[in-house]
Design a protein around this ligand. Structure first.
Ligand code: ZN
Length: 426
């Protein structure tokens, strides 16, 4: 690799400037408005006039389905999808089969991801088999490289066990996270509880089911000595307020929101069917706007996709029996850029913090540097292009997205990491 981006805009979470960026064998050898002295006939020159270079995007909530459900996605296809969407790093959720509740599973995932352009990190379950009854060997999992603990897909309902998990993780200041759902309030749900569920005669999932768990976990995190806690895929206005209040009190609480929760509402299911079915479900406009406000005012720390591939036989069924979740890696940047930056709600720098800097910082990963001599970990986008999402071009093994045909702005063009360069094809 010997690539030279001439006259490119470089945007980080704190600055934006024009530069010439020269990368050789994965190392940044030049980053300045002068001409690179190392440029020669072997250098591939790319006109950067319409391009913007960002620190590599990071998605801290993906389901790569391996081990156990390789018919939906594998680590390889998941990484292909991530690189195509402009992501250089992901955090896998532990609801695999077997679940990530033992260091051997972490090692298996690491072996599958070795040498990939995308850095693949693991979260691990809080409880064995995510069954909510016995804690996993959290310390060993932490030592094996696990960055976060969650029973994602299930919520740990037992308050005593959650308290024990906070205490146990305090030894190494571990990060706990929850899929916040009081399962007793959501039995057999198909969608958000409200006017649309009533109209369609579908079983509802009330917003309070999410808020109850967020509130309890925030209280426990404080009670156990200001422990680190992250709310996964937050979908409610009440959740935004709970997190905002906890932050104001000085608690170490963070949260993420998915693109589908800030783009769609529960009315969307009439149009998109099971491709708009997920957990937590799409909410009403009131909640969608509260999430957007939370992103704009800094309450929400990051955008994460909850990339959840499912085979068509799990989605082409009646709404109530459809599997929960949609793919997200190849649509996330554009949906986020279109909703927030094109519309003028936030700057591109702020989007960089939501999609790169903040998730890395929550997971205590090193920050990405553009200093000469650093390894290049970058996403190059074209913010001037309006384009149409086409799931036929997606590299995920599954095609369950409601966003096919959406007109969006901001297109990932190149993903560079681990001495590899990938040309996105979206
Ligand atoms: Zn979840």
């Amino acid at each position: 690799m010997n690539v030279y981006f001439e006259n490119i805009t470089l945007t980080t979470d704190t600055s934006t400037y024009k530069t010439n960026l020269h990368i050789i064998d994965g190392i940044i050898v030049h980053n300045s408005s002068d001409i690179s002295p190392k440029k020669n006939e072997n250098t591939k020159i790319i006109d950067g006039t319409t391009l913007t270079c960002l620190p590599g995007l990071f998605d801290m909530h993906v389901h790569f389905r391996e081990p156990g459900q390789e018919y939906k996605e594998t680590i390889e296809t998941g990484c292909n999808s991530a690189a195509n969407g402009g992501f250089t790093g992901v955090l896998c959720m532990p609801n695999t089969a077997p679940s990530i509740d033992h260091p051997a599973v972490v090692e298996y995932i690491n072996s599958k991801a070795k040498g990939n352009i995308v850095d693949v990190y693991s979260s691990a379950a809080i409880t064995v088999k995510r069954e909510g009854s016995t804690l996993t060997p959290m310390r060993q999992l932490h030592d094996a490289g696990v960055l976060m603990f969650t029973d994602d897909g299930s919520c740990l309902m037992d308050s005593q066990l959650m308290r024990n998990a906070y205490d146990y993780a305090s030894d190494f200041d571990g990060l706990l996270s929850q899929h916040c759902e009081d399962h007793q309030l959501t039995k057999n749900f198909a969608m958000n509880e409200g006017a649309v569920s009533e109209k369609l005669g579908l079983k509802g999932y009330p917003t309070v089911a999410e808020e109850i768990i967020i509130a309890r976990d925030i209280q426990l995190a404080n009670f156990c000595g200001n422990r680190r806690y992250h709310v996964s895929h937050m979908s409610t206005k009440g959740g935004v307020h709970l997190v905002s209040d906890a932050k104001a009190r000085g608690q170490r609480i963070t949260c993420e929101v998915t693109p589908h929760h800030f783009v769609l509402t529960d009315s969307s299911i009439e149009q998109y069917g099971t491709n708009a079915k997920m957990n937590p479900p799409l909410r009403t406009e009131e909640h969608r706007l509260a999430l957007i406000e939370g992103i704009c005012n800094g309450t929400v720390d990051c955008i994460a996709t909850d990339h959840a591939p499912h085979a068509s036989h799990e989605k082409v069924v009646d709404f109530s029996s459809g599997a929960n979740g949609i793919t997200g890696l190849e649509t996330s940047f554009a949906l986020s850029y279109t909703t927030f930056v094109s519309s003028g709600l936030i700057s591109l720098s702020k989007l960089v913090s939501l999609m790169s800097t903040n998730p890395r910082s929550i997971l205590q990963l090193p920050s990405i540097s553009f200093e000469v001599g650093s390894s290049a970990n970058v996403t190059i986008v074209d913010t001037n292009i309006e384009w149409e999402i086409d799931s036929k071009k997606h590299l995920s093994k599954s095609l369950n997205t409601p966003f096919d045909g959406f007109k969006v702005f901001g297109k990932p063009m190149f993903t560079i990491n681990n001495s590899q360069m990938y040309t996105c094809n979206l």
